[in-house]
Design a protein around this ligand. Structure first.
Ligand SMILES: C[S@@+](CC[C@H](N)C(=O)[O-])C[C@H]1O[C@@H](n2cnc3c(N)ncnc32)[C@H](O)[C@@H]1O
Length: 370
């Protein structure tokens, strides 16, 4: 229920547990299994491909916070999921702490916790339910604030499958991660970026570098029907986004490109996205992505939406400082506001005027002498 006077959702939230999700069909499990095999082959072939195709290994191999030596669990989670156990696939979202920093099944921040060794034995559901009842309430309140007054297309709706859990209001499953990605959607909508994209017309092309488990991709596929969405990520991580997006949004046009083949993408994009990711890469990798943007991806007036933390205190990067040395035009979003993660910016090779007609239109109009 929606109260038009206060413009907020008013229904009483109900718990949404794993048993409330749609079970996976045999055909979905077959698709997941194919994706797992593909990811395993992609990881196995990486070293040989890099050599055979004379790719740049400094760019191609996982580095900085994502290197095989770094203290993170992404390799172990990958190895577990790659076995494609149907129970694990049905709990995919429970393994995504490595992307969101939040342990969904403990209803707790992920620091100090792991998911690669999770077991779904007796007592799992009861503990999950108790955790949600005790600790998920604040996210429901935050979500109500975040979605107040938003049009329906701007509401992020996590898929009721693949292990999503939380409280449900009007069909939206709410947890920490719902708030994280809703906040990002708010930036995209309230900055005028969504309207700007729509005004650029059909055949939109979006590229997300480091797409995590695919939450933002899924929202874009529903908000911009017909969009072509490309996720570039480490093949170990693509296993998540590819399963999540393909199974939960089969009608969407999405392609999944291993990071070491990013150079293969020659066509311009309307929008390139990177969130909470470049500040965890090596500077060399970030500058290489920026070179691709400058020479190809942003060549037709495209915009780069970026939101990254300052990770200098961890011996990692403050990506926005590097981007500022490479891309000439910048619009800071929500300066001074307290946000969940990082500082959001729009970047481009051309001045950014979201409320004007897109520059490619202006160029076309000029070329026709209007
Ligand atoms: C902390 S997660 C953030 C995920 C998502 N963008 C978000 O905002 O929740 C970092 C993402 O960057 C990806 N990543 C790390 N190194 C990368 C690289 N060299 N190229 C592309 N993606 C990379 C990781 O695999 C992961 O998907």
């Amino acid at each position: 229920m929606y109260d038009t006077a206060t413009q907020t959702a008013t229904s009483t939230p109900e718990l949404h547990l794993i048993s409330d999700n749609s079970p996976l069909t045999l055909s979905q499990l077959r698709t997941a299994s194919e994706i797992c095999q593909q990811a395993v082959e992609s990881v196995k072939a990486r070293d040989a491909d890099v050599k055979a195709q004379q790719l740049d290994s400094e760019f191609a191999l996982p580095a900085a916070n994502w290197s095989y030596d770094a203290p993170n669990e992404f390799v172990r989670v990958f190895r577990r999921l790659a076995q494609c156990d149907p129970t694990d696939i049905a709990h995919l979202r429970g393994f995504s702490q490595v992307f969101s920093g939040y342990n969904l099944y403990r209803t707790a921040p992920g620091a100090g916790l792991t998911t690669f060794n999770m077991e779904f034995g007796a007592g799992f559901d009861a503990a999950l339910q108790a955790g949600l009842e005790q600790r998920n309430g604040p996210f429901v309140e935050e979500w109500k604030r975040l979605t107040k007054g938003l049009p329906p297309e701007a509401i992020l709706r996590p898929a009721a499958m693949l292990g999503e859990v939380g409280h449900e209001i009007d069909g939206v499953i709410i947890n920490n991660d719902t708030c994280t990605y809703q906040e990002r959607v708010n930036l995209i909508v309230q900055s005028g970026l969504l309207a700007w994209l729509k005004a650029r017309g059909p055949n939109l092309r979006i590229c997300e570098i480091g797409g995590g488990y695919g939450a933002l991709c899924r929202w874009f596929l529903s908000a911009l029907p017909g969009v072509s969405y490309t996720i570039i990520d480490l093949p170990e991580s693509l296993i998540f986004s590819q399963i999540y997006v393909t199974l939960s949004c089969p009608e969407g046009v999405a392609q999944f490109i291993p990071n070491y083949q990013a150079e293969r993408l020659k066509q311009p994009f309307d929008l390139v996205i990177n969130t909470l990711s470049m500040s965890e890469m090596s500077e060399y990798q970030v500058r290489t992505y920026l070179r691709f943007m400058k020479t190809r991806w942003l060549q037709q007036g495209g915009i780069f939406f970026e939101q990254n933390q300052n990770n200098l205190h961890m011996g990692l990067l403050a990506a926005e400082d590097i981007i500022a040395t490479e891309l000439p035009h910048r619009k800071k979003l929500r300066e001074g506001a307290t946000l969940r993660n990082g500082s959001p910016n729009l970047w481009s090779l051309e001045p950014i005027n979201l409320h004007e007609k897109p520059s490619t239109w202006r160029r076309l109009i000029r070329s026709f002498g209007a």
